[in-house]
Design a protein around this ligand. Sequence first.
Ligand code: WT7
Length: 645
Amino acid sequence: MSYPHQITSLEQYHNDYRRSVEEPAIFWAEIAENFYWRKKWESVLEWNFIEPRIEWFKGGKLNITENCIDRHLEKLGDKPAIIWEPNNPEERTRVVTYSRLHKRVCQFAQVLVNNGVKKGDRVCIYMGMVPELAYAVLGCARIGAIHSVIFGGFSAQSIADRLYDAQAEYIVTCDGAFRGNKDIPLKSIIDDALIGNRTIKKVIVYTRTRTPVSMLKGRDVWWEDEMEYAETQVEKDNIITMPATEMDAEDPLFILYTSGSTGKPKGVVHSIAGYMVWTNYTFINTFQYKPGDVFFCTADIGWITGHSYVLYGPLSAGGTSVMFEGIPTWPDAGRFWDIVDKYKVNILYTAPTAIRSLMSFGLEPLKGKDLSTLKVLGTVGEPINEEAWHWYDEHIGKKKCPIVDTWWQTETGGVLISNMAGVTPAKPSWASLPFPGVLPLLVDENGIEVTEPDEHGYLQGNLCIKAPWPGIIRTTYGDHERCRANYFSAYPNLYFTGDGALKDKEGNYRITGRVDDVLNISGHRIGTAEVENAINMHAGVIESAVVGYPHDIKGQGIYAYVIYNHMHVDEELTRKDIFQTVSRVIGGIARPDKIQFVPGLPKTRSGKIMRRILRKIAEGETENLGDISTLLDPGVVAEITKGKL
Ligand code: WT7
């Protein structure tokens, strides 16, 4: 059995692609018919990339939770929507059926209402990977509140910045989160983030680790108490329900912060209908999901991959999604494979960094693992190197599972370029073909379309997209100009991805990596400017420059060159101090892998840091550093090279 809007042959792919380009309105109206609308749209698409203004299914009325939950109840009420695997494999699994999910989401939506949350209010969610996180996200969507999930690895300062930017008034959190052998004290981090905060009205705290937490009277409330009370309110004739708020197609669904080339993360805003259509369409087609399949996306819901492919994509398709609280290497490096066997997972979606990390443990952790239920494998977040691709293919897929290499971004809502499992051909380390509705274009620095192939016959350029697809970013929260400047101004009338790419004669794309000052560390985006700002906040630091360098497991590592004023302790301790500052300002995920103290930085006469040279040195290059004669002080280069870590 397949879905009506599922692409099932290569021929159909080409046909649908052509139709999506020639008659987008007709094509997407047909796809949108597969959802539940309170009222149908008046126009399918209105747009311009100048302002930009992008409106899909304008005039349509709906609620995304009715599409993700209610409409499945009759047929799938007793089927698992979410299978939850705890951090500790000894602990009890939780299977959340569609009926149970409906009940809990309704109940939590009532909790939000009881605490004063209204349509359009921003609710920050800072929780571990527990089913309650799904209830919180969907509970917001049910009443039209805008969720802004923050990954557990961000610091109090980062949370405070995001709360301020989103003008959030409500927080949902946990006492703590279990990850491997660590307990992360989430509530206490929230407490730090709230020092001096005057906008937050309520903090709802779910009990997970039962670490002691401070609870401020009038502000902090327990999830459990609130849910118990809400249950009595939403129960009528033994049925728990809470009406979903009718929303406009273009109302915002959520904000998700992501890094760019400036020091300040931006709040990417996605709107309801387009995002729903896009995550659903890409989910069923990329992975060739069939009703009843068990889908396991290993991403945390704090990132876009978790939003789109742990929650909205699978649930809108009535699918079964495995949600994992822990990490791939705890209690041992066989954890993913145990989960695959335990729940008979059919589709596994993970990041190349996880594959490389598990590869480094050798084949021992695979002993005794069956893995025979797997049908499709996927990767996301960074380019996958051929070695990791082949290991995944051979040892996990046993050469019988197509691998989908899915290229997309926080801003794109869902997959834009990827093969479709078993339907369109895979090419190791190539993301391959664009989805219907996606019109990629490779341009040079001047925005001119690249038409001359290189010596391998590939076109090479900066990757842009010519027209909107339903899941495209709508704005950056509170600052539309920032959205325009960031994505729509580099090249007029094009969405610029920030990535470089190659294109072969068959029309396949290979992503070569970021062309801006954005790093990709273990599949997570971090701006060099952001890390520099954090390092520069450390007392004693005069200036710093951060670049990426190739890292065996993380893909890229963070290399920081730091000019330090006066060191009263040794270098090693000073490094640790700087790590500490970065962890405070951004969070552990931005901690540099290497810090080299330098006497100066290579600068042009106009004061611009020549990152090209620093990148080369970090990569281990000593000889061919390019022209350094234009530097203010060419001598500094030799000193930096000498001190290379
Ligand atoms: C950046 C987006 C997409 C969700 C996870 C990351 C890189 C992503 C691939 C891929 C090569 C990839 C790009 C992109 N990227 N997927 N399959 N092959 N590169 O989302 O944090 O918004 O980062 O990740 O550089 O621009 P994100």
